[in-house]
Write a protein that binds this ligand. Sequence first.
Ligand code: ASP
Length: 412
Amino acid sequence: MLRFWFAIPLWQRVVGALLLGVALGLFWGPKAESIKWIGDFFIASIKMLVVPLIFFSLVSGVTAIGDLRKLGAVGGRALLIFLVTSQFAVWLGLGLGTIFAPGVGLDQSRIEMGAVPEPKTEGWREMILSIVPTSPVQVMADANVLPLIVFALLIGIGILMAKEEGTPLVRVFDAGSVVMQKVTILVMELTPFGVFALMAWVAGTFGVDALVSLAKLVALNYGGCFILIGVVYVGILKFVAKVPVGAFFRGMIDAQAVAYSTASSSATLPVTLRCLERNVGVSPSVASFTASLGATINMDGTAMYLGLATVFGAQIFGVPLDMTDYLLVAVTATLGSVGAAGIPGTGLIMMTLVFTGVGVPLETIAFVAGVDRIMDMMRTVTNVTSDATTATTVAALTGELDRGELVSADDV
Ligand code: ASP
């Protein structure tokens, strides 16, 4: 029995569990919530990995890159791809909202209103200050990923600068990183069970009714994400990274399934790293650097949705938006997607930042809150795929991609 289970490649078990979970949820209805704890157990287990994994693998990644100039080359390229794709994403959201007008003629009485989150009052100065790891221990205890990345980068750079004297620490971090990868393999065996339970809960809780009234918005959210994945990322992978696209997606499917069911890029990070390193052939140093950073600051799905939702809200409440407003939305939605933590529902919180800028009433959030989870799941898949695309492309451009891995991605 066990042998039969392990003979099936993990990604097939995960996809099977996802489909079975949806079927069970539709059949069982809201009662499926009773097995959500299995999903929570799974999420807690992968979250446990995030801090030590980022810390060990990022420091050992920086020391493996070897010199500061190459680190700059990797970082510079990653940031450029993050910026270009997120701009494309916001304007795609704005365009889809304007063309398909999901908020025009909406039957508001059929929508169940949700809660409006506290407005985001943080300005850009606070955002910059929040990346300083004032107390590294506190940062780790709070699993505050962005300052943790800064701290790990600094330690890595410090070790490089120490040259010979830093060598013992290089070995410690290398060993720690290998050990964390092994622990990740263990935890990933829980994936089919976690995905199954989470999907049953989502499918059972969000009835079709709620979806019908906001069907256009949900469809546009999915459509926008599919365009980003199927056109933008596929284009980058094919023409810039020059990798076989089918093998890339087969290699990343575990991470996408985990992203879809957990709606959290941060929680998915250990799986993203493992897929990138093991199945796609991205070197551990580029994978950990780019994907960790991306899981925190690069959220194209969220940026696209923020643009779309702003136009949606403006249509419901009859707020006229001109070109200056669109530009302002492009800036605030990009900042919002950078500032959003990779956890469920942050896209919703960031709406307060974008809406306030152009005078769209915050009540819009109450309209969409009821179905946000369904949209969040797809945004998260997009966010994770974007990080993986960037990591693969940066690796390809800097000679850090083992192309042989992608060819054999069939047997993952
Ligand atoms: N849940 C998303 C993520 O973790 C962020 C969002 O709410 O859009 O990537």
